[in-house]
Design a protein around this ligand. Sequence first.
Ligand SMILES: O=c1cc[nH]c(=O)[nH]1
Length: 417
Amino acid sequence: MNSSSLPARPVYTQVTHAVARAADMATQAYGQGTFSVGGTLLDPLGNELKAIHNNVVVNGLTHDPTAHGERQLIDWYYAQLAQGITLPPPAEMTIVTSLDPCCMCTGAILAAGFKVVSGAFDDFAGINYNRQASFPSLSPGLRRQAQTRYAYPAVTGSARGFARPATGTALSAPFAAGQTVDQADVALCQALFQATVNQVKNTINTDLAADQLHDPATLPADDPLILALKAIDPAALTYRAPARGLPDAGLAPHLQAAARVDLTQGGSGNAVALLDPFGNLLLCMPGHEHVSPLQTAFMRLTRSYAALREQLINNPAIGAEKTRRYLGHPKHGTWVFAKGPDDSARSLMELGAFGSTMEGAVPSENPVPLQYVVPGMSPTALTAWCQQLPPFYSRCVVVNPLQVQSQALIAAMTPTL
Ligand SMILES: O=c1cc[nH]c(=O)[nH]1
């Protein structure tokens, strides 16, 4: 099958129409009560292959903290390839998004190699938060790549605040017929997002504080919550760190086993574990990168844990109260990477996805929620990089991965990575 066999869809050769389409998807997101962001994926002729909106929130619950429009479009693209559908290479595909991509989506876009056209700016979490297309959050290599892939088309109109000159790379195919955006289209993208973002955050901010959580290891082995957890990872609750946020060498066999699987599934041998505030191992996972560069261990783990909580909350035999009490919000937990971030697009995506998963500031009594065993880059350079991320990540969440304290865990993992 090739792209011409897909069902007939609209064709966009004027960028303002494509931005209007992204705004239309953002409007649908608004109706769903999720972050009002949408986008469309176009082939080199402007054929719409897929339009989608943010799906972080479904029925008032966090459904998938990584379900941003752009990330979903890229996963959709790779899912088509996995089904044998032939599509143009990523370098020829354009994502038109209602809002400037966040760090997670930028990492995904650059890892895959798509082109992007942005409607509204996002001064808090957008990769172009300074509006100058200078991308201070990116390493020199990624910055050069973004400067050839990210377009912020000129916006025409008289209203103050929306008209703007073109910045970023010049628009290329498929927008031969119109390269400026009407201010009404950008105004809709921006107003929809800004007017609703805090309301959406408040909707999902209903989790318990850490001191209200109960230890899942005290539940009987045949409790449905435990069975659901172990159905995802049979090793769940078989390891307990000696103290909150302080994993020791007992975690090594779990990370090593997952890292070995990661290698056979297209990854570089990374793995990630999630510990709860009692120190219990909840889940440990490899990536699935032979399907898509987006399916790293961290991306899979954060999505799996969110899906588990949603499924249990919606299960009348378990429900919201019990789920929230025994399987707390991941901001109370500790994420342990076998290998720490390096300066790749995938690492940017994961740091961004961590920020999206936290949904806001991490509680101060959980000072090191993000840890790694073996460094992927110099710890000083990593901290400096994180301080350059857009304000949401550097000042609100304060993304700052640190190496685990246990020398025994480091010694156990280092020879295997
Ligand atoms: O879907 C979304 C939400 C926020 N930021 C994005 O880039 N996409």
